[in-house]
Design a protein around this ligand. Structure first.
Ligand SMILES: [Zn+2]
Length: 175
């Protein structure tokens, strides 16, 4: 497929609720932020397995992302996590630029990615995020940052939020 497929269905869920209650849909329970790097490394390995499946470019429904598109979206999320944690380490309560996942998928044209190439890019984004997470001392986990809509994350809650997002999408694709 070379032209842009239909936009995915808009997601209006407030996913910050998973920080307290977890997610019944995918089974996520708020994890110890110290385990974030291990969780991301494990997710990277699971995405690598997903990307070796035949037919990863096929959408299950016209407005639901293919596993290839979800993998690209998760690559973006992992990059966003690294950038935002770095900003929170470097400055007092930075405001993050808005991240529009749909727009990023369109911009990167993930539907036409080569799965092996995308696996490498996801691997590289994970390695960069893990390097940044290595700089987080226990006392840094309470440092804060502000999302575009005013919601305030800590390093710890952002780690939980994005790990859930990445693991939830693995659940979406049975990965
Ligand atoms: Zn979930």
């Amino acid at each position: 497929m070379t032209s842009a497929p239909e936009p995915s269905l808009p997601d209006t869920t407030d996913w910050t609720t998973v920080l307290d209650a977890g997610c019944d849909e995918c089974g996520y329970r708020p994890h110890d932020p110290a385990a974030t790097s291990d969780r991301l490394a494990s997710a990277r390995d699971r995405w690598r397995t997903v990307l070796r499946r035949p037919g990863v470019e096929a959408r299950p429904a016209p407005r639901v992302w293919s596993p290839l598109e979800y993998a690209g979206h998760c690559r973006d999320l992992i990059e966003v996590l690294g950038e935002r944690v770095a900003a929170m380490l470097d400055r007092a309560e930075p405001t993050y630029a808005d991240f529009d996942g749909e727009q990023a998928v369109v911009e990167h044209e993930y539907w036409r990615s080569d799965p092996d190439d995308l696996a490498h890019r996801l691997d590289a984004a994970t390695s960069r995020a893990l390097q940044i997470l290595d700089r987080v001392a226990p006392a840094d986990r309470d440092r804060t940052g502000r999302r575009g809509d005013g919601y305030i994350f800590t390093v710890a809650s952002l780690c939980q939020y994005i790990v859930h997002d990445v693991e939830h999408h693995l659940h979406d694709v049975d990965g």
